[in-house]
Design a protein around this ligand. Structure first.
Ligand code: ADP
Ligand code: MG
Length: 614
């Protein structure tokens, strides 16, 4: 395949999107390499947080995240944890489903994508955790469509990560383990590379385990300090709780560099109208002991995935660290000790999934020559049908047993056919009930769909055969076909279609709702003056909040300046220049007293500190 350039008119770039629980990112292929799309504030990722402000503006990203404290009932974070669930979240005057809220995030990303790649129809590859159910995958696809993307493919996050690295390591054969610890999910997968073919052998994980949980453990620790000192629980106060959460995440991140952190919050809550604050020091050791049980759980999942892949730790050639929480030194240590090998984190752990999605997109669009990469994946769950349990000592089996046709971790795409027979004499129809899950009984598994195959030849029980075919593709879409062996009549359903058909009206309702939300936004802009009262209330809140942030950011920037100044003597060449650059950026931001600028300078400092292993 020849190289495709942007001058080629027939070429349509497809974007790769990491729709994360905590942060989202997007990338595309440029000059045969993944390139991140710049999102707000020149960052490559944005917080997956949505705010509907009192004026009806839909705000996504950093600003929405900052509003979590001031406007908890207008903001929603970590909506991915509810993806595919039949729930809705009230935000201001409206309620939104997880798909709709995710669509707001994706729409925000699409605006930046359009700025880089031009307006017009955009195809996208969106990633999901490996163990997302079919319903969760469909919901993700729907969110992409609501945002105006043509969703080309849904791929697993660890697959994407392996792809991002795979691109550079095509000549290496072996097993890669992807350890992805993000903000809301933990995902571990074994990927096999053989002669340029990339295949995911096994996946395990927990979609309720991530950096957010570490934050909450720290919140509890901090709250208990306040309680024992002042006899008041700041978690009882919505703002106190949110403030502690924000502080906890900051402290956690600092503990990735520092051995101990002083936490000083002048006001967290009030008791008998008297402000209550917190002044305490936490060490890295203390933090580690808080999160240890959760880290141990990730270790158990490591064992499970190796068992599923039938491999020993020493048979893993490369270990990849993915997700922001892998910056915690203890995580690095755990993985290092487990495998007796240095894990790799040379691609930014926040960007690697989006980059891998872009690689997949690039293969599809032709922007990337294939170079022999063929991606396969594994079925995250067993899928099968309800049958009678096996006959026991001559007695007829019980109905409702689960028979897996595609067992968990089967390499996909896959097509499997099995033959079944009738249970009763003269039976002319059979009900095919489709489930996913790992239990021996269907009632404990997840019901996907059902249909009835009619037109069987009436024959004695057990003599009429029915062939059942399951076809599962890389998009996580299941097609089931049943066929009578004697008469040849057959019936087929696609699980996605079945779900979509019943929810088609819901899709258009959501679309209309989202469009009207943006319309309301425009109207709000046109009638700005009507909102004076709210403006005043809002501004009151902001002044306090902004002063505090400015002060905090100023302190933080000074800390970085001190740290970099000390480090300057130990460095030379490029890293010295980088330190000097960061310092002048910090100084400029401090002079300008500008929160956005300070924020950027600090983020840059954090990144640099990571790069330079300060
Ligand atoms: P997700 O995939 O869930 O969207 P990310 O991979 O973006 O998440 O990781 C976000 C998480 O990483 C957050 O919980 C954040 O606090 C955490 N994180 C980011 N940087 C650091 C750091 N330096 N030390 C510890 N945790 C960090
Ligand atoms: Mg992630």
């Amino acid at each position: 395949m020849s190289e495709t350039s942007y001058k080629d008119k027939s070429f349509r770039p497809i974007v790769g999107i990491d729709l994360g629980t905590t942060n989202s990112a997007a990338a595309y292929i440029f000059k045969q390499k993944p390139k991140m799309i710049t999102l707000e504030y020149d960052h490559n990722t944005i917080p997956s947080v949505v705010l509907i402000d009192p004026k009806g503006h839909i705000v996504v990203g950093e600003e929405a995240r900052n509003a979590l404290v001031a406007m908890p009932d207008r903001t929603k974070a970590a909506v991915k944890r509810s993806m595919g669930e039949d729930v809705s979240f009230p935000l201001g005057d409206q309620s939104y489903t997880p798909e709709e809220l995710s669509a707001f995030i994706l729409k925000e990303i699409k605006e930046s994508v359009d700025e880089v790649l031009g307006e017009g129809e955009k195809e996208a590859v969106i990633t999901v955790p490996a163990y997302f159910t079919n319903t969760q995958r469909q919901a993700t696809k729907k969110a992409g469509e609501l945002a105006g993307f043509v969703v080309e493919r849904i791929i697993n996050e660890p697959t994407a990560a392996a792809l991002a690295y795979g691109l550079q390591n095509l000549h290496d054969d072996g097993h890669i383990l992807v350890y992805d610890l993000g903000g809301g999910t933990f995902d571990v997968s074994v990927v096999e590379m053989m002669g340029g073919i990339l295949e995911v052998k096994a996946s395990a994980g927990n979609n309720q385990l991530g950096g957010e949980d570490f934050d909450w453990l720290l919140v509890d620790w901090l709250a208990e300090k306040v309680q024992s000192e002042h006899g008041v629980d700041p978690r009882q106060d919505v703002r106190g709780k949110a403030r502690l959460k924000e502080e906890a995440e900051k402290v956690k991140k600092e503990l990735s560099f520092a051995d101990s952190v002083d936490v000083a919050i002048p006001v967290i809550t009030v008791k008998n109208n008297v402000p209550v604050g917190l002044d305490v020091t936490i060490t890295r050791e203390e933090f580690i002991s808080l999160i240890k049980p959760l880290l141990q759980e990730t270790e158990e999942k490591l064992r499970q995935v190796l068992e599923d892949a039938n491999l020993q730790p020493n048979e893993i050639d490369e270990v990849l660290l993915v997700g922001g929480s892998t910056r915690i030194p203890q995580v690095h240590k755990l993985v290092h000790q487990f495998f007796q090998k240095e894990p790799r984190s040379d691609i930014n752990p926040d960007e690697v999934v989006a980059q891998g999605a872009a690689v997949q997109a690039g293969i599809k669009s032709g922007a990337l020559s294939k170079k022999g990469i063929i991606v396969t994946d594994v079925a995250p769950f067993s899928m099968g049908i309800a049958v009678l349990s096996a006959n026991l000592m001559g007695r007829m089996g019980k109905p409702g047993a689960f028979h897996a046709i595609i067992p968990r971790n089967t390499t996909i795409p896959v097509t499997r056919t099995e033959q079944f027979s009738t249970t009763f004499d003269g039976q002319t129809e059979v009900k095919i009930e489709i489930f996913q899950g790992e239990n021996d009984w269907v009632k404990n598994n997840y019901f996907l769909n059902e249909f009835i195959l009619e037109g069987l030849a009436p024959r004695p029980a057990g003599e009429e055969g029915v062939e059942v075919t399951f076809r599962y593709n890389l998009n996580g879409i299941l097609e089931v076909k049943a066929k009578s062996v004697s008469t040849g009549v057959e019936m087929k359903i696609t699980v996605e279609d079945a779900l979509d058909r019943s929810s088609e009206t819901a899709f258009y309702d959501s679309l209309a709702k989202i469009e009207s939300a943006y319309q309301l936004e425009d109207e709000a802009d046109a009638t700005e003056s009507e909102w004076t009262l709210l403006d005043e209330l809002e501004d009151g809140d902001n002044i306090e909040g902004e002063d505090e942030t400015l002060q905090e950011l100023t302190e933080e920037a000074h800390d970085w300046l001190t740290r970099f100044t000390k480090e300057l003597d130990n460095r030379e060449g490029k890293s010295k220049q980088q330190l000097l650059n960061a310092m002048s950026q910090l100084k400029e931001a401090l002079d300008g007293k500008n929160t956005t600028q300070l924020h950027e300078a600090i983020e840059y400092s954090v990144d640099l500190a990571i790069d330079l292993e300060l």
